[in-house]
Design a binder for this molecule. Sequence first.
Ligand SMILES: Cc1cc2nc3c(=O)[nH]c(=O)nc-3n(C[C@H](O)[C@H](O)[C@H](O)COP(=O)(O)O)c2cc1C
Length: 195
Amino acid sequence: MPHTTKLLFIAGSAREASLNKRLARLGADVAKANGLAATFADLGDYPLPIYDGDFEAKSGMPDNAKKLKALLLVHHGVFIAAPEYNASLAPLLKNALDWVSRTRDEGEPPLHIYKSRVFAIGSASPGAFGGMRGLIALRQTLEMGLGALVLPDQIVVPRAADAFDDQGHLKDKGLMEMYKGLIQRLAHAATVLRG
Ligand SMILES: Cc1cc2nc3c(=O)[nH]c(=O)nc-3n(C[C@H](O)[C@H](O)[C@H](O)COP(=O)(O)O)c2cc1C
């Protein structure tokens, strides 16, 4: 039976009214509308302590880090909508990436979970730059820190508090098309390259 490529959409914000969750949810809806298997996951459902080596040594890996890794494992392409905090990553996202980077099953090569998936990134911000400075930091973490393949294209939604219509679509049709194209490329790359 042919293997179906599955895409995961997450946001680096747990806030109920998060603009980045809106972007991630929209991505999952767009993917499904185009016949792709897609999941939206809320990082708020996976609370984790701030990473601390002593905590890890004493208590081991938190269940939610294992659950997050398991979630990544059943998807081949991952889209991350990342809020920009002071021109960098939001701690919720960085902490989740860090914890998952520490999980390692017996015999598993380091960072295999990241190295065997394809990533695409985007951001939404009420500001004029749309969070694109934070994406530089996220790209650095994913590519240089975690060994992940990140598509060169990204989606940036500036003035995001007013960027979505009542259906959750981007009002800017050009931006919406760009997002659809990015999702198609993520699905294609994940299909070709999944580990
Ligand atoms: C600590 C903090 C730092 C922030 N720094 C930036 C920033 O550097 N650039 C930016 O565009 N927005 C910045 N913001 C505003 C966020 O983009 C805004 O709160 C956004 O809605 C957060 O994403 P979310 O809606 O997905 O939660 C910052 C917000 C916080 C709380």
